[in-house]
Design a protein. Structure first.
Length: 220
């Protein structure tokens, strides 16, 4: 009889763990199903999420995203492209600035490009949301890797936008490596929906200085 409180506690703990496991598994399915979607259509803007750049040029993954956004622009799906992404210590330009330069060199006018920044997905959206809202943007084509689409769109929705998935077509990440990213995204979505994506971002960067996002493109 003396052990019944412990047995009850273990049963409650087991039930909570089972619920959490089911929740994460359902989230994984949602992230995976979204990763298989591609819905290009007319929208107010394309939102390109930043990733690695090679000092003055986009790395393979970022180039794939930029190529997709350029295709959407050239085919008349969007009149504006928003680019995001910060920089590492020692870098001269941010991922967003390098992305903007890449697009300009391929015929996209600077007036059609919104340059943001950010060190994570939430900061990426936060960096361009005011400028996009000022332009009357409400619908977005979200350009990122397929496994990142669910979280990216969820965060864009938190800022009041109506997003649709348009993942890059030639990402270098494939095969079994994709599974790891899907699991990572599922965990972040599962946590973010509970605590809030903005709060989760602040937790990640609690010891980091506040990011600075350029309002204009620096070319040099």
């Amino acid at each position: 009889m003396l052990l019944w409180p412990f047995k009850l506690a273990f049963r409650i703990l087991g039930a909570i763990l089972a619920i959490l496991l089911v929740y994460v598994c359902v989230t994984f399915v949602q992230v995976w199903l979204t990763s298989r979607q591609d819905d290009p259509h007319r929208a107010d803007a394309a939102l390109v999420f930043g990733t690695a750049a090679n000092y003055l040029s986009p790395a393979t993954d970022l180039r794939a995203r930029l190529q997709r956004s350029l295709s959407l622009y050239e085919h008349g799906f969007v009149p504006v492209i928003a680019v995001t992404g910060g920089k590492r210590p020692g870098d001269r330009y941010t991922e967003a600035e390098i992305s903007a330069t890449w697009l300009e060199q391929r015929g996209v006018p600077a007036t059609r490009i919104v340059v943001g920044g950010g060190a994570d997905t939430w900061q990426n959206v936060a960096s361009v949301a005011p400028a996009l809202a000022a332009r009357g943007v409400s619908t977005l084509l979200v350009v990122t890797d397929s496994f990142h689409e669910y979280r990216a769109m969820a965060i864009a929705s938190d800022f009041g936008f109506a997003p649709s998935p348009t993942p890059s077509h030639h990402t270098p990440i494939g095969g079994i490596a994709t599974l790891g990213y899907l699991i990572k995204e599922s965990v972040e979505v599962a946590i973010g929906r509970i605590v809030g994506y903005g709060r989760l971002s602040r937790i990640y960067h609690v010891w980091s200085p506040a990011p600075r996002w350029p309002s204009t493109l620096l070319v040099g």
